[in-house]
Design a protein around this ligand. Sequence first.
Ligand SMILES: O=C(O)[C@H](O)[C@@H](O)[C@H](O)[C@H](O)COP(=O)(O)O
Length: 229
Amino acid sequence: MRNYFAHRFHEFNDGEALATALSHRIAQELSNSSTPSLAVSGGRTPTRMFQALAEQECRWPDTLVTLVDERWVDEQHADSNGALVRRHLLQHQAAAATFLPLYQSGEQVSAQATIEETLKQLPAALDVAVLGMGNDGHTASLFPEAEQLAAAMDMQQPARSLFVQPPVAPHLRLTLSRAYLSASKTLILHIQGEDKLATLQQALAEDDEMAMPIRAFLPLPQLEIYWCP
Ligand SMILES: O=C(O)[C@H](O)[C@@H](O)[C@H](O)[C@H](O)COP(=O)(O)O
């Protein structure tokens, strides 16, 4: 592990301990903001953390919650990240938050225009963005080999969200852009398992961001990593 991570790499014995620590950290960052905003990842990793975060007392009524990416399916579909967030995060204390989903029915061009309008409710710099990572080095839906990856990774990209068709993973995706995610005040990479740690070490070993898009975020000073076995 490159030493620039020594002070930003938080290791826990298990998912429960990580969920407790990370949920407290996120709640603290949101409580310190006058306009709290949070973007979270979907997938399998975040569920236990969502459940712990839902119980935290912070300024949920003033908080905007969105996703870093969404599978282009409605919330009745088993793979919907929006449904995952409603089921595990927007409960208990966090039920009072305002959710800005990324899925919009209808044809894509008008749907994306509507979502871009929705995302304008969010500040230029999110208070907290929580990233996951696949073992191919993707994060959000910034997938290696995707046709739209260059546009989504362009630091001059004005759009906050873009459609990306992963070459292998299921579903068309809508992802927040690298530029918008990189502007977050606090950026958390939440990963679990030895496989993800090995992927992280592979990402740290070289610099090609298009080959492993997570590399675009690793050098950012506001990035912290939360990992457990
Ligand atoms: O929509 C998604 O799936 C996520 O946003 C994606 O970027 C996820 O964070 C990684 O694929 C890791 O997924 P797991 O947590 O399931 O390993």
